[in-house]
Structure formats: C-alpha cells, structure tokens
Design a binder for this molecule. Structure first.
Ligand SMILES: [Zn+2]
Length: 422
C-alpha cells in the first residue's frame, strides 16, 4: 500500500507525539500513518521536500475570534490559517447562546480548519466591541446550559470578559454566573482580564484549577505582577494550584515588561495564544507564529513554545486524540516553518520593541492531509479601519502603519530573511 503524502527531510517538533528530530511523516486517508526516519520517497503518491524546515502538528490557537461578519472582532480563519499553520481555532466567546447556531452554520460548517468554541456567558456574545455583560438580563445561565448541552461537540468551555469596559457596573456578578454555568455544564472557564475594577485578586479568588486566565501577561491594571514586576502572592497560589495561564496577545494584553519579569522569576505561560481579531491581525500580534517568536526571544526552548501552541491547548479543549500532535491515527493537520535567524524587531502592545534572534515563518499548512492554498487575509471590517484604541501609547492604527513602513511586519521580515539566506 502506498501513502497518499510523504513529508520528507524535515525536523519534526512534536511534543505531544514525543518526536523531536529528523523524521519523515507519512499520511494516508487524511490521517497520520507514520512518523519515522528513512521512509522511501517511492512509498507515497506525493512527496513534499521539507529539508531545512520545521515540521510541527498544525497549531492549536486557544484564543481567537472567527465569527466574521457577525461580531465586532471576528476574522475569517481559513485564509489566515493558510499562511500561519493554525489548523485548530478555538473561538473565545464571540458567540453567546443566541448566536451559537449562526456560528455553527455560517462559519464552522464552511471552514476547512477545525473550530471549537468557548460560549460567552452573555447570550449576545461579542456582537459589539464592549459591554456584553453590562446588562445582566443577557446573562441567562439556563439558556447557556441548554445551548451548551445541545452543542457539546462544538462548545468546549465558558468565556467571560471581566473589567469595567465589559461588565459596566455589574462587578463580579458576570463571573459568578459564568462560574455557575461552568460547574453545571462541567466545562472549563476562561476569564479575560484588562482594566479593573473588579481587581484581578477578586477574579482569581473565584477561579478553580483547570480554569484559564487569558491575557495573563497583560501590563494593564489587572496584571498579575506588582509595579516592581513581582508575581502577586495570590496569583502565585492560583497558578501553582492549577489555574492555566494563557497569553491571548491581542491588542491589550502582551507586555514585554510583564513577560520579562515573569520569565526572570522562572515562570512560563501554559498556553501561547494570539487573541487574533479584527484589530490585532494588523499587528503587533499579527499571528500565532509571531507570538511564538516573542517567546523564543524570551528564552523558552523551541520544544516548549511548540507544546504551548499544540498539545497543551488540545488537551484543554479535550481534542488531544484528534489534534495537537502527530500521533498515528490523528487527523493529518500539519504546519511547515522556516526558523529564520537574524535580527527581528518584535513589539508588544504598548509599542515597546525587542530584537528577536529567531522568526518562525510558516511555509505550508496541511488540513486533513491536504495542503491549504495560500491566500491573502480578508480586508478589514469597516469598523476596524480606524478604531479608537486607548491602550497603546500612540494611536493604534498609526503604530500599525509605522510598523508597515519600517518593514517590521512578519511577512516583510521573513521575505528579507529569505533573500539574505539565498
Ligand atoms: Zn479575545
């Protein structure tokens, strides 16, 4: 029997499947058939030469927004997947109970990539930019439970955004209801933090082991370090007891200052996710591989960076038999990358720059054994063309424009590195 596809000569980094070395990957019927060295080229109908490249499981992004054309933040996932290697997209609360059927029919069923969802405790989800939890009448636990239970294949957790711009005057009540929904449905709870009140200490007090704190390396007021960069004792206790720390870079939530303080203290995030959405897609988050490159700069080993964006999030989503590794039998979702070496300016959301030494650049994305055609992302939504964004030091679109002009986008940097290496 011949394999359908063989990826030969690459360096496989597959923490979930236990591979880190030079291996060939064979695919049959859309599934991983073998990961071994020296599989002959003649044993497959089609061969892809991956010499000089990294071969990883398709990336699993725990925090994204893909309910495009219906919600403020949503982007169309397939074109982005085709140039970034992200083959599993967990939508973090774009849909609430009232819009979940639309997410399934209009996005999930039409996409090539795999999509899972954390259902928002607010039944209107993220139709608008903010304030989804400001009207407590939208936080209906009974309706949440009904929709979650009828969509168990899709719904993998509960999402709530905590902070004044989302809860208004409702304090901790949205989190209390999200906690109740999580317990009744036996789902993990993902909590977003940004600007308090409420404060992060009160929020963490309501979280349990297995829950996810997203935006964990934020530099905004709900950060988990004090102003001298020391990890708060209450945050240390939560983290060590099993609360999962997730990056969710986005446009408000990745601070090099916080990241460097926590790295110096010997901490590393459990999950690296992009919080990719209408605003963050144009930088400085850009995409998941660029977020991962920031952690290579911070000194995390490549293996650990890949684990935090493949097998670890797949376990949290309860899909690790199907996604996040190259274990034989799992769906053949893979990504190929060049790891460019040089000097790469990388930015956080405040505009602070660090010079990275490595840049992870996707060259090919495979879903269910079939390569995705490389496509340009959809144009921005009209409301995202010139948004008001209070978090950055300079107007947000100005910052993005400056990075484009400087050639500091991942696409431009990878192209320049490609030219230099030839
Ligand atoms: Zn988000």
């Amino acid at each position: 029997m011949r394999f359908d596809l063989l990826i030969r000569g690459g360096h496989v980094v597959d923490p979930g499947g236990g591979h880190d070395g030079d291996f060939d990957v064979a695919i049959s019927d859309g599934r991983i058939a073998a990961v071994e060295s020296g599989i002959p080229a003649g044993s497959a109908f089609q061969v892809i030469d991956a010499t000089g490249q990294l071969v990883t499981p398709g990336l699993v992004d725990l925090h994204t927004h893909i309910f495009h054309k219906v919600t403020y933040w949503g982007v169309n996932p397939d074109p982005v997947a085709s140039v970034t290697g992200v083959t599993t997209w967990n939508d973090a609360g774009s849909a609430g109970a009232l819009t979940l059927p639309g997410l399934r029919e209009f996005v999930v069923e039409r996409a090539r990539v795999r999509i899972t969802a954390f259902l928002n405790i607010s039944n209107i989800g993220l139709v608008g930019e903010n304030y989804e939890c400001a009207n407590i009448a939208y936080l209906d636990v009974d309706l949440f439970r009904r929709l979650a239970n009828r969509n168990r294949d899709l719904v993998r957790g509960v999402k709530v955004r905590m902070g004044t711009p989302t809860v208004g005057d409702n304090g901790l009540e949205p989190l209390v209801r999200a906690r109740q929904a999580a317990e009744e449905c036996e789902l993990p709870l993902m909590v977003h933090v940004a600007f308090g009140p409420p404060e992060v200490e009160e929020v963490l007090a309501l979280m349990r082991p297995g829950d996810i704190l997203t935006h964990c390396y934020t530099g905004l007021t709900m950060k988990i370090v004090d102003d001298d960069g020391r990890l708060h004792e209450f945050a240390r206790r939560a983290w060590d007891s099993g609360v999962i720390m997730d990056i969710g870079h986005g446009t408000g939530s990745f601070s090099f200052e916080t990241a460097e303080a926590l790295t110096a203290a010997g901490r590393r995030p459990d999950v690296i996710s992009s919080d990719l959405h209408q605003l963050s897609i144009n930088g400085p988050a850009y995409d998941l591989p660029t977020c991962m490159s920031k952690f290579l700069h911070l000194g995390l080993p490549l293996r650990d960076v890949v684990e935090a964006a493949t097998s670890r999030p797949a376990e949290i989503l309860g899909i690790d038999r199907e996604a996040g590794s190259l274990r034989p039998g799992s769906r053949a979702d893979l990504a190929l990358f060049r790891l460019h070496r040089g000097r790469f300016p990388l930015y956080d959301i405040s505009g602070a720059m660090r010079e990275g030494e490595e840049l992870l650049a996707n060259t090919l994305t495979i879903v269910g054994g079939r390569p995705l055609e490389r496509l340009a992302p959809d144009p921005p939504a009209p409301w995202a063309e010139d948004p008001i964004w209070p978090y950055a030091q300079q107007p947000f679109t100005q910052q993005q424009k400056t990075l484009r002009e400087l050639g500091h986008t991942p696409t431009a940097m990878a192209a320049a590195a490609e030219g230099g290496e030839d």
